[in-house]
Design a protein around this ligand. Structure first.
Ligand code: ARG
Length: 388
C-alpha cells in the first residue's frame, strides 16, 4: 500500500477521504496542523484514527506561522486587493511544507488535501508541495469524487464507520487561524445581504463596544512588532493580545468581493483585529522614517507581494527576493506607534522614532523655522520648465 499524507481538519470531507483512499489501496496518514484554529485536537486525532488513518501527526505551527509568514507579509504591507490581510492564504504554504516534510520522513510518495476545485487553497497547497518536491504525487479527492450531495457523502461516512457529527452543519464555510477568520457561503452569497451578526466571533458589534476608547502603543524593531504598551511579548502573545483589544473594540471586520485566482468573484467576510491594527501601525511608522521615493516604490512591492501570496506563489524566487528588499527597506522602521481603538475604528494618533525623518524645524509655521522660503521661487521655475 502506498502511504499518503492527508492534511486533516476533522471535518466530514477530510474524514471521508480516509476510507476513500483506503478503497484505492492507499495507506492514509493524517496530518493535523495547529495554526491556532482552537480545535479540540485530541478529539480530532481520535476521529482520524476511527476513520481509518494508520497514524496521526499533530504539529503546533503557530509560532512559525507568525514569525515566517504573517510578519513578513506585514513588513510587505501585503493586503490583497487593498483589503484582505491574507490570514488563510498565508497558512497554506506552511501546512503544505510540513506535509511534504512528513511525507519525506514517512517515505510516502503522495499527499492529499480536502480542497474543492473552485477555491484558491488547492492552488496554494499544490504549487508549494510541488516546488518542495517536484516528484510528489498530489491527490485532491473532493475535486473529483463520486459524491454529488452532502447526503451521499453522509451515507458513505456511515457505511465506512466514519464518526459523523450529529450537530447541524453550519451554513457557513469558515477558515480560522491565530491571525484571523474568514466566513463565506449561506446568506453571504448574495452580495446585497448584510452579514448577520452571528457570523462573527472575534469582534464585537460596534454598537456593543465600550463607550470609552482603548489606547494602545506598539513598538516595532526593523518592521517587526515587539512590544505592546511597553511590554515585550512573544510573537504569539502579541498577536493574541491585539486580537483581543481590537475585537473588544469592534476593530478588524472586512466585507469584500474578491477576485479568486480560478477566475470567479466571491464574497468573503473577514475578522482580523490584530492584522488591521498592525498594518495601520507599521504603515504609519513607515511614513515617519522612510523617504518619499522608497515609500512610493514600496507600494508596488506591497501589491505584488499580496498577489504572490494570494495566488499560491509563496515559495518562489521573486517572493524571497522581495523579502531581501524588505529587510533593507525596514532598516529604519524602529519606533513606537500610538493607536486609538473605538467602536470599530482604529486610528493612529501618535508616532515617534529615533530614525524619524520628520523635522519640526523644517515643517513648523511657528517659531524656529529653518526652511529657506526664498529657494522656492527658483525651484518652482525649474520644476515647471520641462512643460513650457
Ligand atoms: N478567500 C480567502 C482566501 O482565498 C479565504 C478562503 C477560505 N475561506 C473560507 N471561508 N473557508 O484566502
Amino acid at each position: 500500500m502506498k502511504k499518503v499524507i492527508l492534511a486533516y481538519s476533522g471535518g466530514l470531507d477530510t474524514s471521508c477521504i480516509i476510507p476513500w483512499l483506503k478503497d484505492r489501496d492507499y495507506d492514509p496518514i493524517a496530518f493535523i496542523a495547529d495554526v491556532g484554529q482552537g480545535s479540540d485536537f485530541g478529539k480530532i486525532k481520535k476521529k482520524a484514527l476511527q476513520s481509518g488513518a494508520s497514524k496521526v501527526y499533530c504539529l503546533n505551527l503557530q509560532k512559525e506561522f507568525i514569525q515566517n509568514y504573517v510578519f513578513p507579509a506585514l513588513k510587505a504591507g501585503a493586503l490583497y486587493e487593498n483589503k484582505y490581510v491574507l490570514a488563510c492564504a498565508l497558512s497554506r504554504p506552511l501546512i503544505a511544507k510540513h506535509q511534504v516534510l512528513i511525507a519525506k520522513k514517512e517515505n510516502a510518495d503522495a499527499i492529499a488535501h480536502g480542497c474543492t476545485g473552485k477555491g484558491n487553497d488547492q492552488v496554494r497547497f499544490e504549487v508549494t508541495a510541488r516546488l518542495m518536491n517536484p516528484k510528489i504525487q498530489i491527490l485532491a479527492p473532493v475535486r473529483n469524487w463520486e459524491f454529488k450531495t452532502r447526503e451521499q457523502e453522509m451515507d458513505y461516512a456511515k457505511l465506512k464507520k466514519v464518526p459523523v457529527d450529529v450537530t447541524k452543519k453550519s451554513p457557513y464555510s469558515i477558515d480560522i487561524n491565530i491571525y484571523g477568520r474568514a466566513i463565506e457561503c449561506g446568506v453571504l452569497e448574495d452580495p446585497w445581504n448584510e452579514p448577520p451578526e452571528d457570523i462573527y466571533n472575534m469582534t464585537l458589534d460596534p454598537t456593543k463596544a465600550p463607550n470609552k476608547p482603548t489606547y494602545v502603543e506598539i513598538d516595532f524593531v526593523r518592521g517587526i512588532p515587539k512590544k505592546v504598551n511597553g511590554k515585550t511579548l512573544s510573537e504569539l502573545e502579541l498577536v493574541k493580545q491585539l486580537n483581543q483589544m481590537g475585537g473588544k473594540n469592534a476593530v478588524g471586520r472586512m466585507d469584500m468581493i474578491e477576485n479568486r485566482l480560478v477566475g470567479i468573484k466571491s464574497r468573503e467576510i473577514y475578522e482580523n483585529p490584530a492584522g488591521e491594527i498592525l498594518h495601520k501601525a507599521l504603515n504609519d511608522l513607515e511614513s515617519l522614517v522612510i523617504d518619499r521615493e522608497s515609500m512610493n516604490f514600496k507600494r508596488m512591492i506591497s501589491q505584488k507581494y499580496s498577489e504572490l501570496t494570494y495566488n499560491g506563489l509563496w515559495e518562489t524566487p521573486l517572493k524571497s527576493q522581495l523579502d531581501a528588499y524588505l529587510e533593507k527597506l525596514h532598516e529604519r522602521s524602529t519606533g513606537c506607534i500610538r493607536l486609538k481603538l473605538y467602536k470599530g475604528t482604529c486610528q493612529v494618533v501618535g508616532r515617534k522614532s529615533k530614525f524619524s525623518r520628520y523635522q519640526e524645524k523644517m515643517a513648523t509655521y511657528g517659531e524656529g523655522d529653518v526652511f529657506d522660503q526664498s529657494l522656492a521661487e527658483g525651484f518652482i521655475k525649474l520644476w515647471g520648465t520641462p512643460y513650457l
